[in-house]
Design a protein around this ligand. Sequence first.
Ligand SMILES: NC(=O)c1ccc[n+]([C@@H]2O[C@H](COP(=O)([O-])OP(=O)(O)OC[C@H]3O[C@@H](n4cnc5c(N)ncnc54)[C@H](OP(=O)(O)O)[C@@H]3O)[C@@H](O)[C@H]2O)c1
Length: 323
Amino acid sequence: MTAGSYHAMLCQRLGPPDVLEMAELPRQPLKPGEVRIAVRVAGVNFPDLLQVAGQYQHKPPLPFVPGFEAAGEIIDLAGDVQGWQAGDAVLLRGTGAYAEEMIAPAAALLPKPADWSWDEAAAFPVAASTAWVALLPRGRLQAGETLLVLGAGGGTGLAAVSLGAGCGAHVVAVASSPVKRAAAQAAGAAICLDPAVAGWEQAVQADLVFDPVGGALFTTAWKALKPGGRWLVVGFAGGTIPRLPANRLLLKEAELIGVRAGEQGRRNPAAAKALDAGLRAWLVGSERRRPLIGAVYRLDEAATALRQLADRKAVGKLVLHPR
Ligand SMILES: NC(=O)c1ccc[n+]([C@@H]2O[C@H](COP(=O)([O-])OP(=O)(O)OC[C@H]3O[C@@H](n4cnc5c(N)ncnc54)[C@H](OP(=O)(O)O)[C@@H]3O)[C@@H](O)[C@H]2O)c1
């Protein structure tokens, strides 16, 4: 079923979100191990914004279709794919999700829980895998520890709050607006703090910090890290990459830990297997573990959705509907 075409938001030149344009693309044949998905919903992520701007670590050749996650139905499978069949409802991490159709390796698929909406399923894999890799294999989070989550009302932040609370941590959430703090509380945060209130960091002694923000918040929040604490460098949504004199690590006997959720599994098959098992367990977890859907857009409104992220207005996850 290779003949045919589909619509996608295409990035033909790097720049702000408005460079994305709807295009009709020819279907490509499947390679061994691949499946074709009819995308019901695509998730929107901060890295999409960076990739379209040419600022992401992975730079695909132009033109490309952005989008790292989706939920939909399998419509075609390569002959060697086992364990899946046409019509299966799935969610996945992949590339080219801002489209009516995408191709992905079968190994990237997870079954969509029947009681999750398509929006929830599509919004799950990137934030959940980031939180899981960060807090567990990288951060070694233990029940009873205090976990400080920065940017806690955003996509990865909310996922870290709900996973951390589910692991028995005492979660302290930092988020800039009442609606973001309410979302973090609903996801399991015990305490929610406003970073605009001077001295907020004095109320916290964190064993582990999940930091997708960087920038000026890094410097303030560093004071909330306990001696011997661990700091997860997840991202720089705040726009600047902070600098830390090495003596600060020495003084606190602290650990600074880099997180690359996608890369870890590509480098190490055992880590990929552990992540797959961790996400499958998460998918059968409690109601609180579902992603919060902040807003829904049509596929041709992808630029508007990306601007919401850039303008710090998104709460939880944004999603796109191609049909
Ligand atoms: N390391 C990895 O494996 C990995 C994986 C996925 C994503 N990331 C990175 O993690 C970061 C966050 O991703 P996300 O999906 O959580 O993004 P998001 O949903 O947009 O949340 C980011 C949060 O950062 C805060 N923020 C502070 N200053 C900001 C600014 N100038 N612009 C935008 N946000 C600002 C906002 O919270 P407040 O308003 O409360 O301050 C916002 O809610 C990005 O840099 C992304 O590239 C890393």
